[in-house]
Write a protein that binds this ligand. Structure first.
Ligand SMILES: NC(=O)c1ccc[n+]([C@@H]2O[C@H](COP(=O)([O-])OP(=O)(O)OC[C@H]3O[C@@H](n4cnc5c(N)ncnc54)[C@H](O)[C@@H]3O)[C@@H](O)[C@H]2O)c1
Length: 316
């Protein structure tokens, strides 16, 4: 099997995991890494025996690099992704993809014009239990969908200084709600604020309502001393619950609670393997650039809602 030549731009907390997995996957060949921090670039490159760059412009000239993961600070993701696409590379850009929908739309248009794969790092979709929930909702195995509630809370990781909790954390759940319901909300109402963070919101409560009366509620904060990442989906006949951390899943019905077991999977490994397969086999990725645009649109509507203290209609 041909191996896809890949590189990682931004090898901090998260990018070094991309580098490790690309090194391990049979379908990819890690060719280079790039970080503006020269010591970090050298350390990761030495660890994997690949070339280190501190300038992505230089790295993108390397013809062995066919596809890239962009794992820089959130406010730089779109700029680096655009450079990559313009250099003819397939791109996996980490969430939140861009700082605004306009930048995100530009990435989609550039990928399309150049016939390149563009995907976004909405990692939750690669957790097996979430895929089971999505299918159960679609096939109405839990009856009619009534509502979904997501909780994503922990302490503020101080290295995240360029976006707030909505674009850093709640955006995962915004995407999850789109994934399981297979539709976009019609209105968004949110309350958010800052208790500890100097520049951005560090707590947010977001309510989404849908065409047929379903609703979703997302609680995100950087104020909780422990880490919780859960999803509860209520149907008219049963409730499904997922713990993203342990990957445990429960189906609760009137008479019994079932806990089907699925082998634990490292979601990032599944995500990067899928990205490589999409490039090698010229397939559409599970998560498209448009999914990234939609999630950002909803996140921006939530921010406007909180600022204006009213529900905001989402353009579909
Ligand atoms: N999908 C997920 O579950 C998930 C999890 C964690 C982080 N992330 C995303 O990954 C990204 C990185 O997060 P992190 O926690 O690793 O941050 P980090 O601060 O630890 O790492 C960012 C790295 O990018 C480098 N960098 C910044 N601008 C650069 C540029 N123009 N070119 C090359 N290198 C550059 C920095 O020097 C740093 O090493 C963020 O966008 C974050 O939202 C996603």
């Amino acid at each position: 099997m041909r191996k896809l030549g890949v590189a990682v731009i931004g090898t901090g907390f998260w990018g070094k995991n991309h580098a490790r997995i690309y090194k391990e996957l049979p379908s990819t060949e890690l060719v280079a890494i790039c970080d503006v921090n020269p010591e970090r670039a050298k350390a990761i490159a030495d660890q994997y025996g690949v070339k280190a760059y501190t300038s992505s412009g230089q790295m993108l000239k390397n013809k062995e690099v066919e596809a890239i993961s962009i794992c820089t600070w959130s406010t730089v993701l779109a700029k680096e992704a655009l450079k990559g696409l313009r250099a003819g590379k397939h791109v996996l850009v980490e969430k939140p993809m861009a700082t605004n929908t306009k930048e995100a739309e530009k990435l989609c248009a550039t990928a399309e014009q150049n016939d390149l794969v563009l995907t976004v790092g909405f990692l939750m979709r690669f957790i097996p239990g979430l895929q089971v929930i999505r299918e159960a909702v679609e096939k109405k195995r839990i009856g009619e969908l009534v509502c979904a509630t997501a909780k994503r809370v922990s302490q503020w990781p101080e290295r995240i200084g360029d976006v707030g909790v909505v674009k850093d954390m709640a955006i995962h759940d915004i995407d999850v709600m789109r994934f399981i319901s297979q539709q976009d909300p019609v209105t968004v109402y949110a309350k958010m604020g800052s208790m500890k963070h100097r520049k951005f919101e560090d707590y947010a409560h977001i309510m989404l309502t849908y065409q047929n009366g379903e609703s979703a509620f997302i609680e995100s904060n950087w104020l909780t001393p422990y880490k919780t990442r859960t999803l509860t989906v209520t149907g008219s006949d049963a409730i499904m619950r997922l713990d993203y951390i342990t990957q445990d899943m429960w189906i609760e019905q009137q008479k019994e609670t079932l806990q089907p077991r699925y082998p634990f999977q490292e979601p990032l490994k599944c995500e990067l393997e899928h990205f490589a397969q999409c490039v090698l086999e010229k397939k559409k990725p599970l998560i498209t650039g448009e999914d990234g645009v939609k999630a950002l649109q909803i996140a921006e509507a939530a921010m406007r809602s909180s600022a204006k203290n009213r529900a905001i209609n989402v353009k579909n």
